[in-house]
Every structure is written in structure tokens, then in C-alpha cells.
Ligand binder design. Structure first.
Ligand code: AVJ
Length: 330
């Protein structure tokens, strides 16, 4: 067995990954800010410790969770057409490296990808995923970047033609951002790739509540466990003492905002300490843990437009649950 540290060390020694980890927001400050806020919230990116990532993988195979399956089908069925539209010698930049199956479909289907640049906030995950891709695609140049993609990143890609740069942002993770933040985030991608550069993005679509609500309230309670685990993660990471069992999972759809909202609702009055600071939480009080925005195709076109992108192609699955979109920077 190989210790994770040994592996990290080996990869680092070989100069195999670029560490711009210093662009991270301080996650403890983000937690404290959210807990001081009225109403309270926690940063969704803290779902993904080891347990949380494993629970998310389990979510993706649930009958109720249509997103991953639908996106997988859309990609598989349309990657050939995507390949015919994109130029050769692509530099593919993936925001997050958590989607190896989708990445493989893309890398196999496009074939024109010369360099693959995964960017991830989890060092272990980044290295594991990069080594995996590298071994499956021996010809591919893999340049892993350890950084927080929700903050500004300078990859120094200035010498590469914009139309050879393509960002891949699957999974409808864009739905986690509030709308104005989503526009700012995409505008930053636009300025990174430059005019003529590409954004390939997975966007979950508006749909009937009888499909949408079960996806976030599954019968086996995996989403509930995933939601609660954010507290366990925060306990370990920031010496906090949340009693995860005294919070219930709530996932509702806000019609006017067009989004799923996930909360943890306190079942009792309680005091929680986080890094020496205490917070009084009342029975029935909710801590928001996630937004998951759903867009119609025209709504997302408007968002893309405001970020400086034209929508070039939109592909959906047969039931029109999920879309995969090719955007081109103006
Ligand atoms: C990975 C952010 C797309 O919003 O559906 C799954 C996360 N939350 N179940 C989503 C999630 C609850 C997921 N994203």
C-alpha cells in the first residue's frame, strides 16, 4: 500500500502538478461568515471531503438522481458532433477533476485534445484522477493544477490561441452559484480563454417537481447523509462540535428563484462551537447548505450572453432533463 503523502511527494518531485493553492479563500473564515449570516449558510464546496465525495458518487447512481445519467447520455450521443465543431490541438481545461467517466468520453471522442488541464481544490483527488487519465491516455499531456476554481486563477496561457482553449465544466455545478455569481464566474472564464475560446458546460433544466424533488429527497436517504456529512467534515476540519444527528435534511424547490434549496434544520435549541466561537441555534432554524439552480434554455442563453458568451450548440437527452452546451467567447 502506498501512503497518500508518498504519492503526493512523488508527483510533486516530478514537477507533475502546478500548485497555486494560495488562491484559496480561507475555508474557516467562509464557515464563520456563513454561520454569522442571517439566515445562516455553509459553503457547498465543503460537502466534498472523502466521505462526502463517496456519498456523492452513490447519489449519482440512485434511480431518482437523473442528472448524472442524463448528462452521460447526452455526452455519449453527441461527442462526435462536438468533435466535428472543435479545432485540433485543443487544450482542455476541466474545472474540477471529479468526473473521470465524463472526461474519458470527451477525451476519447474528441481525439483532438493535446493537453488536459484538470483544476481541483482537493490535492489527493487531483493527483489520483490525473494519474488515472494519464495512464489511460499515454499520448496526452496532463498538467494538473491545484487551485480553487471559484477564485481567480492565472494559468499563464497567453501564448496559446484562444480558439484552442476549451473549458469543460460538467455536472451542472454552475447551478450552485447564485445567478449574478454565475455570470461573474463565467465572465472570468471568458477572460481566461479570450475571444473565440470555448466553454463546454452541463446545465440542468427546469422540469416537473415530481421528477425534481425526489432527486434531492431519495428514498434511501443518501442525499440526507450527504447533507449531514458537511457538519461532520466541519467538525473534523475546524474543531467544531455540531451534533449532526440533531439536524434534519430539507430540500425544497423555490419556484420564483428556479432552484432547489437544501437546508439542515435543527431539531432542538443548541449551542455549537466552531474554532472557539459559539453559535446559538434555535429549534426549527435552518442552515442553508446548497442552491441548485435549474434553467430553461432561453434563461441560460441570457446568462451566457451577459457573461460574454454566444451559445453555439445545445444538446439534451431525449426527455430534455439535462443540457450540454457549447459556448463561444465573444
Ligand atoms: C454536483 C452541484 C450538481 O446540485 O445536484 C446532489 C450536488 N446536491 N445532491 C446538484 C448535489 C444534492 C449536485 N451538483
Amino acid at each position: 500500500m502506498q501512503l497518500p503523502e508518498t504519492k503526493t511527494h512523488r508527483v510533486r518531485e516530478n514537477g507533475l502538478y502546478l500548485d497555486i493553492g494560495s488562491n484559496h479563500h480561507d475555508p474557516l473564515e467562509e464557515v464563520l461568515d456563513g454561520m454569522r449570516h442571517n439566515p445562516r449558510y455553509l459553503p457547498s464546496k465543503l460537502f466534498y471531503d472523502q466521505t462526502g465525495s463517496a456519498l456523492f458518487d452513490e447519489i449519482t447512481s440512485l434511480d431518482e438522481y437523473y442528472l448524472s445519467r442524463a448528462e452521460h447520455d447526452v455526452l455519449r450521443d453527441n461527442v462526435a458532433e462536438l468533435a466535428s465543431v472543435l479545432p485540433g490541438n485543443l487544450v482542455l481545461i476541466e474545472y474540477g477533476s471529479g468526473s473521470s467517466v465524463k472526461t474519458e468520453i470527451l477525451l476519447k471522442g474528441l481525439r483532438s485534445v493535446q493537453t488536459y488541464v484538470p483544476i481541483d481544490i482537493s490535492r489527493e483527488h487531483l493527483i489520483d484522477a490525473s494519474e488515472e487519465i494519464s495512464s489511460r491516455f499515454p499520448e496526452l499531456i496532463v498538467l494538473p493544477v491545484y487551485a480553487d476554481y471559484s477564485a481567480h486563477i492565472d494559468l499563464g496561457l497567453h501564448d496559446i490561441d484562444s480558439n484552442q482553449l476549451a473549458v469543460f465544466f460538467p455536472g451542472s455545478t454552475i447551478g450552485n452559484f447564485e445567478k449574478e455569481d454565475a455570470i461573474r464566474f463565467m465572465a472570468r472564464i471568458r477572460s481566461m480563454v479570450g475571444g473565440g475560446g470555448y466553454l463546454m458546460i452541463g446545465v440542468d433544466l427546469k422540469k416537473d417537481l415530481d421528477i425534481l424533488l425526489p432527486a434531492y429527497n431519495d428514498a434511501r436517504g443518501v442525499t440526507e447523509a450527504f447533507n449531514r456529512n458537511i457538519l461532520v467534515h466541519i467538525n473534523h476540519r475546524f474543531s467544531a462540535n455540531f451534533d449532526a444527528a440533531s439536524f434534519s435534511h430539507r430540500a425544497i424547490y423555490d419556484e420564483s428563484e428556479g432552484r432547489i434549496e437544501m437546508y439542515l434544520e435543527s431539531t432542538k435549541d443548541q449551542v455549537v462551537a466552531i474554532n472557539g466561537q459559539s453559535f446559538e441555534i434555535e429549534q426549527g432554524e435552518r442552515i442553508r447548505t446548497e442552491y441548485s439552480h435549474k434553467y430553461s434554455i432561453p434563461e441560460f442563453k441570457d446568462l451566457a450572453d451577459r457573461a460574454g458568451f454566444d451559445v453555439s450548440r445545445v444538446w439534451t437527452d431525449a426527455e430534455e432533463l439535462f443540457s450540454f452546451q457549447l459556448l463561444i467567447a465573444r
